[in-house]
Design a protein around this ligand. Structure first.
Ligand SMILES: Cc1cc2nc3c(=O)[nH]c(=O)nc-3n(C[C@H](O)[C@H](O)[C@H](O)COP(=O)(O)OP(=O)(O)OC[C@H]3O[C@@H](n4cnc5c(N)ncnc54)[C@H](O)[C@@H]3O)c2cc1C
Length: 159
């Protein structure tokens, strides 16, 4: 076994989202860090199908939100919520949700302009399960906040 002499202030064990984010945050503060992970490569199976708004805000702050978004579902991919008796058998119920592209298209067809930020000119902010600082800003500015389901209803009303 080869012995390596390494000097660091912080050793992070585990290169999952928690370890990687900590390493990035410390690196940005010029704190020397070594990250150890028992797995030599990324996981074969996805372990984050959905990334919430608050997490995306952190990714934006850290400068790689666009790369993460590009790795996400294609804009025309359905995100319906379905209930099955067992995996892929006997569908019991389905909540139809518009694709990202469709939501944008329908909002624009209804006369809206879609933006990725909140300002005094914003009329509505659509939020998911864990609203972050955009929702706070919307509240401060008196912008009406719509939950995803309310947004779907809203689009239906404009059809
Ligand atoms: C199938 C699946 C789907 C999921 N979908 C979502 C989702 O859609 N959205 C969402 O937000 N979350 C999702 N999660 C949860 C999300 O993956 C976890 O919350 C997240 O990975 C936890 O991050 P972590 O850094 O704490 O731990 P982990 O991701 O488990 O990372 C720990 C790392 O430490 C390494 N390690 C362990 N022991 C040692 C050791 N002794 N020495 C060195 N390295 C070690 C492991 O190999 C691993 O790389 C999903 C999880 C699973 C399993």
């Amino acid at each position: 076994m080869t012995e390596t002499n390494l000097s660091t202030k912080v050793v992070i064990v585990g290169g999952g989202p928690a370890g990687l984010m900590l390493a990035i945050e410390l690196g940005r503060r010029d704190i020397p860090t070594i990250l150890l992970n028992d797995n030599p490569a990324t996981a074969i199976q996805p372990q984050a199908n959905a990334t919430q708004a608050r997490t995306m805000e952190h990714f934006r702050r850290l400068g790689f939100v666009d790369e993460v978004r590009d790795l996400g579902l294609p804009p025309d991919y359905p995100t319906d919520i379905t209930y099955f008796t067992r995996y892929s058998t006997h569908e019991l119920a389905r909540f139809q949700l518009p694709t990202r592209a469709e939501a944008k298209q329908r909002a624009e067809a209804a006369g809206g302009r879609v933006a990725s930020f909140v300002s005094g000119k914003t009329d509505y902010l659509v939020v998911g399960g864990k609203p972050g600082s955009k929702a706070k800003k919307a509240e401060e500015l008196g912008v009406r906040v719509l939950l995803e389901g309310e947004f779907v209803e809203f689009l239906r009303d404009t059809d």
